[in-house]
Design a protein around this ligand. Structure first.
Ligand code: PMP
Length: 407
């Protein structure tokens, strides 16, 4: 298979050569158990602790505040249950409608088990309203859980201001930073209102199945996965030494060149956006164009069938993600874009393109030329008359819904 034009870096990233190289000895020669007392095990322990320092470095946290786990899904689950156990007399959870399913599904399941759950709204730009948070939060709120940056739109939440409000009411703040690490500067020595924070190695050029939970010193944490004394009692189970050492190396590289990487990603993302905007008509960028991740753009091609767009992009060996997911014969619109009230005609033709520090200008230019050609072709084939396609900004939603609800 030839190398794809890979623009799906919020789904997963290319493993950094430095990360793979660091992990190789642990796949072979150094297979000891880091919990063993013998020197062979302790050699691996040493590598693990070095990785802990490196991950702490990326977050500007203390190594003792980092517990390795299997990724952000586990981190989010753990953080939510830990926060509720730390505030046992409180029965209210606040989160946001645009969170990842590893937060939303957990809190929704708790709603049926004695907890009251508030899902904050977002506006058209993807931002939550701090006044709504102020109205909802109370002395009964155990936890506020929000992402730092959205995986679909890249929109950044003001975690400092959210945390300050949580602190005023004695609630804990959990931040899902799966998309922020390596793309934004994270400084947990200064973002004091964050109690718990999740990261995932494969989102910043580490390996899949490995992540870390930051637990601020002094925050009580009941382990979610029990049955051993690993990770300072915060997460039982023999550590994924290969993934952890790779994560440490990936964190080190990400930290060393963070500003240059951010600059490069922004340039590539903006080149892509400008290119497609100049080549395609009736195109809207979803979400705040300024306060967002430097690598992410979510573009809605009005009256283009996202499913067909993705299939044709796939046929051209382009990797990206659609704003609507195929579910049993129909198209399920993205809950993030729905919460932002993006018109269905744009949601169904929405695609997320995400660059990385490895993305080149040549790749961006190739993507722009192929995608604009595909969009033109699909519009020619569209069942909507050309006049309707050029029509008012608010399309006939009923006709559009009917079209997308087809079996
Ligand atoms: N949170 C966010 C914001 C994500 O984008 C993802 C991955 N799509 C996750 C959590 C889950 O991460 P993992 O793959 O490490 O379980």
């Amino acid at each position: 298979m030839t190398r794809p034009l890979y623009f799906d870096n919020n789904a997963t990233t290319f493993p950094a050569p430095e990360a793979v190289e660091a992990a190789l000895p642990l796949l072979g020669e150094f297979y000891g158990n880091p919990s063993s007392q013998h020197a062979f095990g302790q050699k691996v322990r040493h590598e693990l602790e070095l990785a802990r320092e490196q991950v702490a470095g990326l977050l500007n946290a203390r190594p003792a505040e980092i517990a390795f786990n299997s990724g952000a899904t586990e981190g989010n689950n753990t953080a939510i249950y830990a926060a509720l156990q730390a505030r046992p007399d409180r029965k209210h959870i606040i989160t946001v409608k645009t969170e990842h399913s590893s937060v939303l599904e957990v809190v929704r399941s708790l709603a049926g088990r004695g907890y009251r759950v508030t899902e904050l709204n977002v506006d058209r730009a993807g931002h939550l309203d701090l006044d709504e948070l102020k109205n909802e939060i109370s002395g009964d709120t155990a936890l506020v859980s929000t992402m730092w940056a959205n995986n679909e739109t890249g929109v950044i939440h003001p975690v400092g201001a959210i945390g300050d409000m949580a602190k005023q009411f004695g609630a804990l703040l959990h931040v899902d930073a799966a998309q922020a690490a390596g793309k934004l500067r994270i400084d947990l020595k200064h973002e004091l209102a964050i109690d718990l924070l999740t990261v995932s190695a494969h989102k910043f050029h580490g390996l899949k199945g490995c992540g870390a939970l930051f637990v601020r010193d002094g925050t009580p944490l009941e382990p979610f996965i029990r049955g051993g004394h690993h990770e300072g009692g915060k997460r039982a189970g023999t550590e994924n030494t290969v993934g952890i050492v790779a994560m440490g190396a990936a964190a080190k590289v990400a930290q060393l060149k963070l500003d240059a990487n951010i600059d490069h990603m922004r340039k590539m993302r903006d080149r892509l956006e400008r290119g497609l905007m100049s080549q395609c008509e009736d195109l809207a960028q979803n979400g705040d164009p300024v306060s967002r991740l430097p690598n992410t753009t979510n573009l809605g091609f009005r009256f283009v069938d996202g499913e067909a767009l993705l299939m044709m992009m796939d046929a051209h060996n382009i990797c990206a993600t659609a704003g609507s997911a195929c579910r049993s014969g129909g198209m399920e619109p993205s809950h993030v874009l729905m919460a932002m009230n993006v018109p269905l005609a744009f949601i169904h033709g929405s695609v997320r393109f995400c660059v990385s520090r490895y993305t080149t200008e040549e790749e961006v230019d190739a993507l722009v030329s192929k995608v604009s050609m595909i969009v033109k072709r699909l519009r020619e084939m569209s069942p909507f008359p050309a006049a309707a396609q050029r029509g008012p900004a608010q399309p006939d939603l009923e006709a559009h819904k009917a079209y997308f609800a087809r079996a």
